[in-house]
Structure formats: C-alpha cells, structure tokens
Design a binder for this molecule. Structure first.
Ligand code: NAP
Length: 288
C-alpha cells in the first residue's frame, strides 16, 4: 500500500493498476449539482470518483475532471454498465456512451452494475468487458452486486476474474462469506452504502459511538475506518465539503480487533438495496 499526501492509500488491482482505498460516490447526486460536488471532493483530497450510467450524472463528473487542476492520470474514475445494456453488442455501445458522457478517452474501472440473472447475459457481458480492457480504454474491469455463484460462473467461462466486486457492505451487513470468496480469487471488495445510508440505528449504535468517543472521532469516521481495516475499498457519498473532509480523515487512527468484530456484529439494518439473485431493472430502481 502506498499513500500520497492528502489522499487515501492505494490498493493494488493487478497489472500495475492502483486504486485509492477511499473515494467519493455520487449515487443520487442530481446531475446539475454533480460537477460542483465532485470538484469539492477533489479539493478535499479525493482522487477516486464512483459514478454509473444509471446515475445520469457522468457528464457532471466529467465536467469536474475537466475543470480540476489535478491531472487526469492522478484521478481514478469508475463507471458502470446499465442493467438495460447486457449482451455483447449493447455492452460495447454502452461503454462508448459512458466515455462520451464523461468526456474521457479511458476510465480506470468499468463495472457491470448488476448481474440480472433473469436475463442470463452476464457471462456474455463480461466477455465484452474483457474485450474493452484489451483496448486499454478501461484500465481495470470488474463487477458489482455479483454473488459467489455469479463470480464463479464468469471466472469458469472466461478464465478472467474481475478486479473488483462492488457490493452492499456496512456494519451489520459485513459480507464475511463473500469477502472470503473474493480473497480466494484475488478480487478486491468495494463497499457500497458504506455508512448504511446514514441510518441512525447504525450511526448511533454504541459499538460505534463508544469507539468514536474514545478517539475524538465521529461515528462516520469509525465506520469508514472499519471498512479500511477489513481491507475494503470504500466510497461514501457526502454532499457538503465539511462531510467530505470528515469522511476522508480516517487514516490517523486504528480500531482494535475486538472493535472490528463488534461493529461487524451490529444487527439492526441488514440489506438496504436489492438482492442480486433476484434484482431486475424496473423504472423505480433503475438508478440503484
Ligand atoms: N453498485 C451499486 O449497486 C451501488 C448501490 C448504491 C450505492 N453505490 C455507490 O456507493 C456510494 C455510497 O452509497 P450511498 O450513497 O448509497 O450511501 P452512504 O455513502 O452509505 O451514505 C450516504 C448518506 O450518508 C450521509 N453522510 C455522508 N457522510 C456523513 C457523515 N460524515 N455523517 C453523517 N452522515 C453522512 C449522506 O448525507 P449528505 O449527502 O446529505 O451529506 C447521505 O445521506 C454511492 O454514492 C454509489 O457511488 C453503488
């Protein structure tokens, strides 16, 4: 792991690609607010931004990149294939549209957003991403919301493991079994909704508030530190520069092993988002 001043340390994705262990998520950020919010994030030290075609704010991310004084090579940009674009030809075309929206000639990480098992096209879609990686316009490729059986299937079919699986993961939904599968295949675990979308039952849980009070840190900082110590990449979303700064300031303290276990065991929220085994694209959840 290496650290640049003012930024998160990097994790290795293989093939010489490094990814910041903490980035800024922009799910549910309105398109017209995205450029300013991402610009604030870059100013606060974020170097990794997580968007998706389905968030409809890739153009705002691209605008912030274009305006930033930070060199493109020092940023790490992730976007995702929409659920409506599974299949070889559709996936290749969707990738082009994302690059176009972002105004970039490459992304650092391109993910299949959801496996959508009911379509049964995720193997073919993964093959398209492998081709995209071959053109070097995605420095790394991965998946999101893949269960163990989805992962095993794409690896068996293609011989290529995703660099990353971005999954719902937060206190009380620690995904221990899936993280073990990832470790076996050399897949980096990336936590989405890492703060459990600021659910007060998590933020105000004594396992977290006690650890926070003992260190003069906030509950959000303790939760994000917990992800870091699990070895996960983490992408909290925060709207204000103050919260963005708070959330990236998690590299100067450590939780004990007992605290890490106690936080994983918090049992109040469970899964917030869709179940990958059954999730299908519908208008009301198309932008998850
Ligand atoms: N792959 C997928 O299917 C998938 C699904 C969901 C999310 N994601 C990714 O994961 C990212 C994060 O997930 P998320 O946005 O759902 O949830 P989250 O990061 O767990 O929580 C975001 C919420 O926490 C609040 N918050 C942020 N920092 C805080 C702090 N220091 N103290 C108190 N509250 C704080 C935010 O409020 P304010 O905004 O008002 O500051 C917002 O309401 C997304 O933006 C997206 O990039 C991916």
């Amino acid at each position: 792991m290496s650290t640049k001043a003012g930024t998160a340390p990097n994790v290795q994705l293989g093939a010489g690609v490094e990814m910041p262990q903490l980035g800024l998520g922009v799910f549910q950020v309105p398109p017209e607010r995205t450029s300013a919010l991402v610009g604030d994030g870059i100013n606060a030290g974020y170097r990794s931004i997580d968007t998706a075609a389905a968030y409809r704010n890739e153009a705002g991310v691209g605008d912030a990149i274009a305006r930033s004084e930070v060199a493109r090579a020092d940023l790490f940009i992730t976007t995702k294939l929409p659920n409506t674009e599974h299949g070889h030809a559709k996936a290749l075309a969707a990738f082009e549209r994302s690059l176009d929206q972002l105004g970039l000639d490459y992304v650092d990480l391109y993910l299949i957003h959801w496996p959508i098992p009911s379509l049964d096209l995720y193997v073919e879609t993964w093959q398209a991403l492998i081709e995209i990686a071959g053109t070097e316009r995605a420095r790394a490729i991965g998946v999101s919301n893949f269960n163990a059986d989805h992962l095993e299937r794409i690896i068996a079919a293609t011989g290529v493991a995703p660099a990353v699986n971005q999954v719902e993961l937060h206190p009380g939904f620690a995904q221990a079994e899936l993280r073990e599968v990832h470790a076996r295949h050399g897949i980096v675990t990336e936590s989405w909704s890492p703060l459990a979308q600021a659910d007060r039952r998590v933020l105000e849980h004594s396992a977290i508030t006690d650890a926070a009070a003992a260190r003069g840190k906030t509950a959000a900082q303790v939760i994000l530190r917990w992800h870091i110590q699990l070895g996960c990449v983490v992408i909290p979303k925060a709207s204000s520069p103050q919260r963005q700064a708070e959330n990236i300031d998690v590299f100067d303290f450590e939780l004990t092993g007992e605290e890490v276990i106690a936080i994983a065991a918090i049992d109040v929220v469970g899964r917030i988002g869709g179940d990958p085994a059954t999730f299908v694209t519908q208008p009301e959840n198309a932008d998850d």
